[in-house]
Design a protein around this ligand. Structure first.
Ligand code: SAH
Length: 344
């Protein structure tokens, strides 16, 4: 089956030409798809025979809402979508004063193995297609009625471990005939795949790169993030420095505060030494507890923040949204999986 919705306009044009159709059909179908059509049948400006042919040849199955939870605290909405093959993924809609942001997933599960993260507990099932990433943005907007202005690739999965599909997604979501969301309104978060960071730097996209650092020393980082083993923090910071030099974009470093693991004063000092000379921004995140993990939230967030600030580092503490609806990373999908497997 042809994954027509993952095609960019030039690929779609070539596809319609191969079908013996005029080039303008590509633009028509592209617009229908990216405005949220749910079937070829409703594409009323296409000849009926063409609609039938597309229906027979193309994979086109928008996700359905499996669960939806709305936070009573702050209006955050969490969607659990069911994909055409039965897999489920999460998307979170966050409402800020400066606009509505969606946090989307890039894979079904994850194979990075971070010790604190619920998304990786059962490994990676498969990559998401570009269309499946677009659909999270599009159908969140259509279902909620909230116009989306910002996207963060911070949901389930490691976006740089799904390079081709994520790059295609960026092209599609950025397209003037599509959702037309500018690169400056997109953030991509990575656990630190250094070669991919270098590859991304060379593209000089104007998106914001977030690096999930979580520890400034190899011993701790390798313990909680297997991706660090054999690579090391030094090499990661080299890539980050090059990324800044090539793109002129400041990196934001995510740092989930874990009790007794990464919240010592010496780690704040080491972190600020690493950041000397490269503008960056540290985002301290109160750890969300994951039932299966022994790691607990730090009680030293304010002290750690102060210590970094006293050394000239810019720090923010992430405001927690959706605390009442399992809104953090992988938790809703996990809950669904566990319930589905419960003996009756
Ligand atoms: N794979 C990418 C994006 C998905 S994770 C990455 O690693 O960046 C999104 C962010 O949530 C990452 O910074 C991740 O480290 C963080 N995170 C995962 N589990 C968490 C938890 N239990 N508490 C706080 N942050 C968590």
């Amino acid at each position: 089956m042809t994954d027509i919705k993952s095609m960019d306009l030039s690929q779609m044009t070539a596809y319609f030409q191969a079908l013996g159709q005029p080039a303008f059909r590509a633009r028509q179908v592209f617009q229908w798809l990216h405005r949220g059509a749910r079937s070829f049948e409703e594409m009323s400006n296409l000849p009926k025979a063409l609609r039938e042919r597309l229906g027979a040849e193309c994979l086109f199955a928008p996700p359905t809402v499996e669960r939806k939870q709305v936070s009573a605290l702050d209006g955050t909405v969490k969607y659990l979508w069911r994909l055409h093959d039965g897999n489920c993924i999460e998307t979170v809609l966050m409402r800020y004063k400066h606009g509505n942001t969606v946090c989307i997933s890039s894979q079904v599960g994850c194979r990075m193995g971070c010790a604190f993260c619920a998304s990786t507990l059962a490994g990676r099932v498969r990559d998401l297609t570009a269309a499946e990433m677009v659909d999270q943005v599009l159908f969140t907007q259509l279902d909620s009625g909230a116009p989306i202005s910002n996207i963060v690739l911070m949901g389930i999965g490691e976006p740089l471990d799904n390079w081709d599909n994520v790059m295609r997604f960026l092209t599609l979501i950025n397209h003037p005939e599509g959702m037309n969301i500018g690169m400056q309104h997109i953030s991509l978060s990575t656990c630190g795949l250094v070669e991919k960071i270098d590859k991304l730097a060379a593209l000089r996209l104007q998106l914001t790169l977030s690096v999930s650092l979580h520890a400034p020393d190899d011993e701790t980082r390798s313990r909680i993030m297997p991706v660090n083993r054999g690579v090391g923090v030094e090499r990661l910071f080299e890539s980050c420095r090059r990324y800044f030099e090539q793109t002129g974009r400041r990196i934001s470093y995510e740092y989930a505060m874990i009790d007794g693991v990464n919240d010592h004063d010496w780690q704040a000092d080491l972190l600020s030494r690493h950041l000397k000379g490269t503008p960056g921004h540290v985002n301290l995140i109160p750890l969300n507890e994951v039932k299966e993990s022994p790691l607990r939230p730090s009680r030293r967030v304010a002290a750690f923040q102060k210590r970094l600030e006293s050394q000239g580092v810019t720090v923010t503490v992430r405001r927690k949204l959706g605390g009442d609806i399992d809104a953090s990373c992988g938790q809703l999908r996990r809950k669904q999986m566990l319930e589905a497997h419960k003996p009756n």
